[in-house]
Design a protein around this ligand. Structure first.
Ligand SMILES: *[C@@H]1O[C@H](CO)[C@@H](O)[C@H](O)[C@H]1NC(C)=O
Length: 379
């Protein structure tokens, strides 16, 4: 058989493309400021300059920035046996069964504290760009609030999760269980950008994702005040760099997979403070890159504990929010959202995403959902 030279060349280059990136190439490119971005499911990631990455952020293109996690994920994929099976964590069909206690806890949830945290978060910093001093100061603020709750309680600890290569850090608060695990987690991203000018533009980030940030704070305050002493541990994660390629949540989720940490379920709260006037008020469940069984459980939580119904959202897309980082790392994740996409907040990523624009009657439903998720899975 005679293979033409051209055919041979293209066969070779296909081979070269399919082969994983070499460690040296990643080191050198990253050192020269290039970023490795995964833009599509199943496709190899591509190198982009820092400016090209900023352009993608301006157009709202979603991606995983895998510069620091690519090799770690390759190593995990090669060692699947080490990963905790999702079935061992979720166990079989959880159903809401703590109504009598939980209604008491849900009654402690209030809008005023959420509003106060959000007013401070949105007015103190010009924006919360992940690689800036104000981005880091926003992490400091979240750390301070979480520490205020933790200081009142022996079972609660708060820690920084620092990331290599940029200034902002993630914050993790944990309430210990009477057993080691699996752990139940809720998350939100603490960074905020103006898509016209991500580095310098004014970005209060009230709804995106200040609401998620304060849903977690109020959930933590409520469970501590209620004296929740779970059987299994629970954690609150405030992520750095959600709008910059999900850098924070990827780093954390990859670390949990590497450490073999069992996760019962992960819930991301990404925007909860708006729905278009004239539309029905709902909790819109993201349908892609989530765990179908955990979504079924969330539906039963909404039916039992929220005052508004759930609906399934239209597809959110690749790398759409931090839950995608957990799904990609092999964990069961869900993400309830403020509205059907299209009826969601048009002011996100602009200077007009302000605290005054938040509908607290709507947002409080998501704090209720977060508290019931943690309580029912960890009690
Ligand atoms: C963050 O900024 C520093 C200093 O300008 C730069 O060297 C680094 O590459 C940036 N990090 C990312 C992830 O872009």
């Amino acid at each position: 058989m005679k293979l033409s030279y051209g055919l041979l060349l293209s066969a070779l280059s296909a081979l070269a493309l399919a082969a994983p990136l070499a460690q040296d190439e990643i080191k050198q490119n990253a050192a020269s400021g290039l970023r490795l971005l995964s833009l599509e499911d199943g496709a190899e990631p591509v190198w982009k300059t820092a400016d090209e990455k900023l352009e993608l952020m301006k157009t709202g293109t979603k991606f995983f920035d895998v510069t620091e996690t690519y090799e770690r994920k390759q190593a995990l994929a090669a060692n699947k046996a080490k990963m905790v099976a999702r079935e061992t964590c979720l166990r079989t069909d959880p159903t809401p069964s703590h109504q009598s206690e939980l209604y008491g806890a849900l009654n402690l949830i209030a809008a005023e504290p959420m509003q106060a945290y959000l007013d401070e978060l949105t007015s103190t910093f010009n924006n919360r760009y992940y690689n800036s001093s104000t981005g880091k100061a926003a992490s400091d603020y979240v750390l301070k609030v979480a520490n205020q709750f933790a200081n009142t309680h022996d079972l609660v600890s708060v820690s920084k999760f620092e990331h290599s290569g940029f200034e902002q850090y993630s914050v993790i608060a944990r309430i210990e269980g009477s057993t080691d695990g699996p752990v139940t987690i809720i998350g939100a991203h603490l960074d905020a950008i103006n898509s016209q000018d991500p580095v310098n533009g004014r970005a209060p980030g009230a709804d995106d994702d200040g609401t998620g940030v304060v849903n977690l704070m109020e959930g933590m305050r409520t469970l501590i005040n209620f004296g929740f002493a779970p059987t299994m541990p629970i954690e609150f994660h405030w992520y750095a760099a959600g709008d910059a390629g999900l850098l924070g949540s990827q780093d954390v989720a990859t670390k949990y997979a590497e450490d073999g940490i069992e996760v019962r379920g992960f819930m991301e709260l990404e925007r909860s403070g708006y729905y278009a006037s004239g539309t029905k008020q709902v909790i819109a469940l993201q349908a892609d890159n989530v765990d179908a069984d955990l979504n079924e459980f969330v539906k039963s939580l909404v039916d039992t504990y929220a005052d508004i119904p759930w609906v399934m959202n239209t597809p959110c897309g690749y790398a759409c929010a931090d839950h995608a980082s957990w799904t990609a790392a092999g964990f069961a994740a869900v993400s309830p959202y403020e509205a059907i996409t299209g009826d969601d907040n048009p002011k996100a990523h602009t200077e007009n995403d302000i605290s005054r624009g938040i509908d607290w009657g709507h947002s409080i439903q998501f704090t209720k959902l977060a508290v019931s998720f943690l309580y029912e899975l960890a009690a």
